[in-house]
Design a protein around this ligand. Structure first.
Ligand code: ZN
Length: 178
């Protein structure tokens, strides 16, 4: 999955993700922007919040402003929806669980801290792909640097946990069928 672009425009908007709310306004998932725009275009959803500044997307028949949040008109029942709410935001507790409390840089010591792979001061996100469990000594050594700058390699690639990824895919399939 590629990182979203820094500046969104009419050419790269399809790399963004849109928060999808159920008809009840509960968070359902984050969906690829193309899918979200298609749902608005066919009248299955409405934009709740448009991207700011406005990014116009032209289709054959209409022009739609790129949304950041949409709401489905019909309620979608999703089993195990409770795990899906997690997918919108990575939590520190979730990162410790995913990484089994083991340091992502040395694996020798128990992780007691969370490291931003790309530091927050450089715009590093609070995302599953940018957060790893880390021991105190490694976190201090890495400081405000990227792994490359610090000469510290990640022992594995941080990703969205499997159970959340699967729940997301289940919802995307459901949305694709609308
Ligand atoms: Zn370590």
């Amino acid at each position: 999955m590629r990182a979203p672009p820094d500046t969104v425009d009419s050419r790269n908007w399809h790399r963004t993700r849109v928060l999808v709310l159920n008809a009840t306004f509960q968070v359902l998932c984050e969906a690829p922007a193309e899918r979200a725009v298609a749902l608005v275009a066919i009248g299955a959803a409405e934009s709740v919040v448009d991207h700011e500044p406005r990014v116009p997307i032209r289709s054959q028949h209409a022009e739609i402003a790129l949304p950041v949040t949409i709401r489905l008109f019909e309620y979608v029942y999703v089993p195990h929806a409770v795990t899906v709410t997690d997918s919108a935001r990575a939590t520190y507790a979730g990162v410790f669980r995913r990484d089994r409390h083991s340091c992502a840089y040395c694996a020798d010591r128990a992780a007691t801290t969370i490291d931003h792979v790309v530091p927050r001061s450089r715009g590093g996100a609070n995302s599953w792909a940018n957060l790893v469990a880390c021991c105190g000594p490694c976190n201090q050594r890495k400081a405000d640097r990227t792994p490359e700058e610090a000469g510290m390699a990640l022992l594995w690639e941080p990703k969205v946990p499997n159970h959340i990824e699967k729940a997301q895919q289940r919802i995307w399939r459901r949305l694709a069928a609308i």
